[in-house]
Ligand binder design. Structure first.
Ligand SMILES: [Zn+2]
Length: 334
């Protein structure tokens, strides 16, 4: 999921943040690559349409940021789908990124358990998710193999799961930071809020062989007292990771701090190269034709069970659009 040949730098550094963009960057001196995402209207559109309780919305917002950080690296037509399945109050998060830039998301949760977690001050992301797994699927279309990566969710948050995934499955040292917050909506007299979100992904992708050494394999049943051989981490990665850990939430969501200014603060001593930024938008892929085709594929019996007041009505779980049909409009074609 790395993106080694993104185009050439093309624009002058902007002074303020550009919402709904992903900016890839590279720090050649340290063999680091990464992306910064900033979401304003896109994440607000997604979260506001659902009206979820705030901790659920925030968690889904983090999943959206992570999905954009990873999905925007796709270099072909396709979809990147991030999905959690866990036993906590938030049972499922689904975020769907369709190349080049469309994102949609929804959550399934148990409202009573979420309310109870909030009341008990136990609504951290790890508590809301609980135990289960995070799946990341790359779908290149009906004629292509799907790729799926899985990582356990074990009481940690989505950042923890992403770190674990990249180390175990791809052997790429990775740091991710995800931030979601509500801000006052201008002109709303203090009543209205809107969501903002941001994130940074940093990966260590050494070109030189001497930087690619990994630790030896686990010694297995080595005689007792033999210490596993551990190599120290590469200094370049230690430095990069330490720098990312200095990023404050506000730097990822404040419109007054541009992505370039943030990258300059982090990496100016080493030299940082930014590439062409890409736009992201909240857009669902559902359509009346698609829903109609799905209903036609159901059995007559299943369709009959869906009729209410003489109509069949289907609401998209991602965007809340409702499609309404007369039963004879969606009868299976002979
Ligand atoms: Zn939809």
């Amino acid at each position: 999921m790395t993106n080694p040949d993104i185009a050439i730098p093309t624009r002058a550094p902007s002074l303020t943040s550009e919402d709904d963009t992903v900016l890839p960057f590279e720090v050649p001196a340290l063999d680091l690559r990464g992306r910064v995402v900033r979401l304003g209207p896109a994440v607000d559109t997604i979260l506001a349409c659902h009206g979820y309780p705030a901790p659920v919305a925030k968690l889904l917002g983090e999943a959206v940021v992570l999905t954009v950080l990873l999905g925007s690296a796709l270099k072909f037509e396709g979809r990147f789908i991030l999905q959690t399945q866990t036993d906590g109050p938030v049972r499922m998060l689904v975020v769907d990124f369709t190349s080049p830039n469309q994102i949609r998301a929804c959550a399934r949760f148990d409202r009573d358990r979420v309310d109870a977690a909030v009341a008990a001050d136990e609504a951290s992301p790890g508590r809301l998710l609980g135990q289960g797994h995070l799946a990341m699927t790359i779908d290149r279309g009906p004629d292509m193999n799907r790729y799926q990566g899985l990582v356990a969710l074990d009481g940690g948050d989505l950042e923890d799961a992403a770190h674990e995934y990249f180390v175990r499955s791809e052997q790429i040292p990775t740091r991710v930071k995800l931030t979601v917050a509500e801000e006052l909506r201008p002109g709303s007299d203090g009543a209205g809020h809107r969501w903002r979100a941001g994130g940074i992904l940093l990966q260590f992708l050494p070109k030189a062989a001497e930087r690619m050494r990994g630790p030896d394999l686990d010694p297995g049943d080595a005689p007792e007292g033999v210490e596993p051989h551990e190599l120290p981490e590469d200094e370049a990665w230690v430095e990069g990771r330490a720098l990312v850990e200095t990023v404050e939430d506000v730097e990822l969501i404040d419109p007054a701090v541009s992505t370039e200014a943030l990258l300059y603060r982090l990496f100016h001593e080493r030299g940082v190269k930014v590439f062409k930024s890409a736009a992201v938008q909240a857009q669902c892929s559902c359509s009346r034709e698609g829903v109609s085709a799905m209903l036609q594929s159901f059995s007559q019996d299943d369709r009959d069970h869906m009729i209410e007041n003489g109509r069949i009505s289907v609401t998209c779980e991602f965007c809340n659009a409702t499609y309404d049909f007369k039963p004879d409009e969606v009868e299976a074609k002979a």
